[in-house]
Design a protein around this ligand. Structure first.
Ligand code: DGL
Length: 275
């Protein structure tokens, strides 16, 4: 890797963050990017707070060692369980001038404007749902909004194992969509609050009434990052812009390359790292 670069780091427990990176790169193609998927330890969604925090912090430190001044946690579970501690407790001692951003804040800032009925549904991992991050954050911006959550613990394994388009996935998708609909009368907006879920969006839409809109986070996070860099020229100046992309995984690189293209929408070359 070119050590003179100061890329934007994009992180996920596995492949899901590539759905966000795709949109960030589309919005800001000139910048340099490093993606890291912690595939060897995915999924994060069913792990404890301590474990998700420890894994995420290790990955953030790795990004800093690679020269990334800015890291986006393109993972709701890591954003829910590790971001605040890293920002408040670790960053000041590690690299006070660097920044780590998540995906929950940009989404919650916007979501209330998307619903006409004032009722939204959140589909997410067990970890994100149990952290209550979405209801807590949404309340700050839209106190009157009714928020209903549904944890979908089987969805990430279905996607990670390339079973997202098969008939087997129908059962688990229908189960959780119906459970959400059952508890959320008047629902008109459903957020895919896990970066893996856009791959299931066709199936999810099939089980939703046609008047309910399904929202993915990629373009929301990308627009928010564009805005962030406009408001923070000191960070923008530190980031290099040579259009380079590097992809890393903590598991097998060839496996990663095979799966990653369906999330990223283009072929990629990956390297394995040990943390
Ligand atoms: N993609 C991650 C998210 O957005 C979750 C994946 C996992 O469970 O590891 O929450």
């Amino acid at each position: 890797m070119n050590t003179k670069l100061a890329p934007i780091g994009v992180f996920d427990s596995g492949y899901g963050g590539l759905t966000v990176m795709k949109e960030i790169v589309r919005a800001m193609p000139a910048y340099d990017y490093i993606y890291l998927g912690d595939n060897a330890r995915a999924p994060y969604g069913t792990r404890s707070f301590d474990t998700v925090y420890r894994y995420t912090l290790e990955c953030v430190k790795w990004f800093f060692q690679q020269g990334c001044p800015l890291v986006v946690l393109a993972c709701n579970t890591a954003s829910a369980k590790a971001l605040r501690s890293i920002q408040q407790n670790d960053l000041p001692g590690l690299a006070p001038e660097n920044r780590v951003l998540g995906v929950i804040r940009p989404t919650t800032e916007l979501i209330g404007r998307l619903s006409k009925t004032g009722t939204v549904g959140i589909l997410a991992t067990t970890g994100t749902v149990s952290s209550n991050s979405y209801p807590i954050e949404i309340e700050k911006f839209y106190p009157a909004l009714k928020v209903y959550q549904e944890a979908c613990p089987m969805w990430v394994p279905l996607v990670e194992n390339n079973e997202y388009s098969g008939e087997g996935a129908d059962f688990f998708v229908r189960k959780h969509v119906q459970a959400l609909l059952g508890k959320a009368p008047g629902l008109d907006t459903v957020l895919l609050a896990c970066t893996h879920y856009p791959l299931l969006s066709e199936k999810i839409s099939r089980f939703l009434p046609s008047e309910v809109q399904l929202i993915s986070q990629g373009s929301i996070v990308a627009a928010s990052l564009v805005d962030y860099l406009k408001r923070h020229p000191e960070m923008n100046q530190r980031l290099t812009q040579t259009g380079t992309r590097y992809f890393f995984t903590t598991d097998d690189a060839r496996d990663f390359e095979q799966h990653a293209s369906m999330f990223y929408g283009a072929p990629i070359q990956a390297e394995k790292i040990d943390l």
